[in-house]
Design a protein around this ligand. Structure first.
Ligand code: AMP
Ligand code: GLY
Length: 428
């Protein structure tokens, strides 16, 4: 089978890498891919961008692929998976209708309410007065979210009421702007990816993401600065519990509405004193959690995603996992997340210490006119380390990070540090 992967981030690099390891996958085509992906897959340009459904269908035809995997949310929300399926190809990724679970936070809240899924109390607001009222009703810390897609940067969590209002104002100023003001959920966060085929749900291994830009969770939210898996501190049976209480009810509700959900339902959770509560849904693999989760998955990925795309998940063999720990650290460009500086040479990748237990996945990289590898986006690389212990995995990841050269770059030094020290606890 040939597989076409849409996207160009480190998540897609991780997906392509895992697909290439599947004996049932003969070749992988990525569009547009990136210089790292090029080493494992044929990269095809998408001049109209990843939301250009006609171009994606054209590529699927030209390469006669058996499966299309859509990585990012934008093409899913834009209906690329619908177009691919309509053209007769198996596609891993939800329809535009089902992708509204990520595309609109208000819609996600409505589905959760209908399916009786535990989440934060929320007010959907369309003007400033409603926002002010909701902030006062729910109290601090304030959580204010842009209703629509915002690449992980639409959420402000703050004790500062004025800052909360200011963010709300900015979101409301957009066309059809709506904001969701939410109850603050206290407890460690977990990302659980649930592979779904419209009916059946299979959870992958839980992971933890680090969304804030700075050590100790300082600074603004980003797309994600690092991740690790497994979570030794998480309650036994967490994944099954989340499927039973959250993912399966949501998949059942979507099926009942005639808009079945097939693809990854990414459940972002807070483990609170009152149990797991949904912070958000995404409709795709998370970045950077995918980098660590797929590092540990031993079940061939192509066969799993094809089974999901064809509605055969119930028959798929139980998932197998490596016992090792995996940690990924994101190397970000100067001034990310505000205004990332691009065009700087990226060096050190040819002589990375620790290979193959440490390796680099590319995100915002490109080749300049002379073929030199340069930065081209905010999150430039995702460096993965694995080992028999979390400490070893961290040490390998950071030794490799330290060997990378990129002027002005920054990364967090504390990815998985509290977990390694046994300091992450679930409120009893
Ligand atoms: P989201 O885009 O909804 O994932 O939000 C981004 C980040 O903001 C989350 O990963 C949390 O760290 C934080 N966050 C969002 N909603 C809440 C909430 N209700 N309570 C506490 N933190 C939240
Ligand atoms: N890691 C967060 C996200 O993919 O949205």
């Amino acid at each position: 089978m040939k597989v076409l992967v849409i996207g160009s981030g480190a998540r897609e690099h991780a997906v392509v890498r895992a697909l290439a390891l599947d004996p049932a996958v003969d070749a992988v085509v990525a569009a547009p891919g990136n210089p790292g992906i090029e080493a494992v897959a044929l990269c095809e340009p998408l001049p109209g961008g990843v939301t250009d459904a006609d171009a994606v269908v054209d590529l699927a035809r030209r390469h006669d692929v058996g499966l299309v995997v859509v990585g990012p949310e934008a093409p899913l929300v834009a209906g690329v998976a619908d177009a691919v399926r309509a053209a007769g190809f198996a596609c891993f990724g939800p329809s535009a209708e089902a992708a509204r679970l990520e595309g609109s936070k208000a819609f996600a809240k409505e589905v959760m309410s209908a399916a009786d899924v535990p989440t934060a109390m929320a007010h959907v607001c369309t003007n400033e007065d409603e926002v002010a009222e909701a902030l006062d009703a729910l109290g601090a810390p304030h959580v204010v979210k842009d209703d629509g897609l915002a690449a992980g940067k639409g959420v402000v969590v703050t004790d500062d009421r004025a800052a909360a209002l200011e963010h709300a104002r900015a979101c409301l100023a957009k066309p059809d702007g709506r904001v969701v003001v939410e109850e603050f959920l206290d407890g460690p966060e977990v990302s659980l990816f649930c592979v779904c085929d419209g009916q059946t749900v299979r959870p992958l291994a839980p992971a933890q993401d680090f969304k804030r830009v700075g050590d100790g969770d300082a600074g603004p939210n980003t797309g994600g600065m690092g991740a690790y898996s497994p979570l030794d501190w998480a309650p036994a049976g967490l994944a099954d519990d989340v499927v039973a209480r959250i993912a399966q009810p949501v998949v059942d509700e979507m099926a009942k509405r005639g808009t079945p959900f097939a693809g990854v339902l990414y459940v972002g959770l807070a483990l609170t004193v009152r149990g797991p509560r949904v912070i958000e849904f995404n409709v795709r693999f998370g970045d950077p959690e995918t980098q660590v989760v797929l590092d540990r998955l031993r079940t061939p990925l192509g066969q799993l995603l094809l089974a999901a795309a064809e509605g055969r998940l119930a028959e798929a063999e139980p998932l197998r996992w490596s016992d090792e720990h995996a940690v990924t650290v994101v190397v970000a460009a100067r001034d990310y997340p505000a205004t990332p500086h691009t065009g700087d040479p990226v060096t050190g990748l040819d002589t990375l210490p620790g290979e193959p237990d440490a390796y680099v996945l590319h995100a915002g990289t490109a080749r300049d006119a002379d073929g030199v590898l340069v930065s081209s986006g905010g999150r430039v690389l995702s460096v993965v380390g694995r080992g028999a212990t979390l400490g070893l995995a961290r040490a390998r990841a950071y030794a490799a990070v330290d060997a990378v050269g990129l002027d002005g770059s920054h990364h967090r030094r504390d990815i998985a540090e509290r977990a390694e020290r046994g300091e992450v606890t679930v409120p009893a």
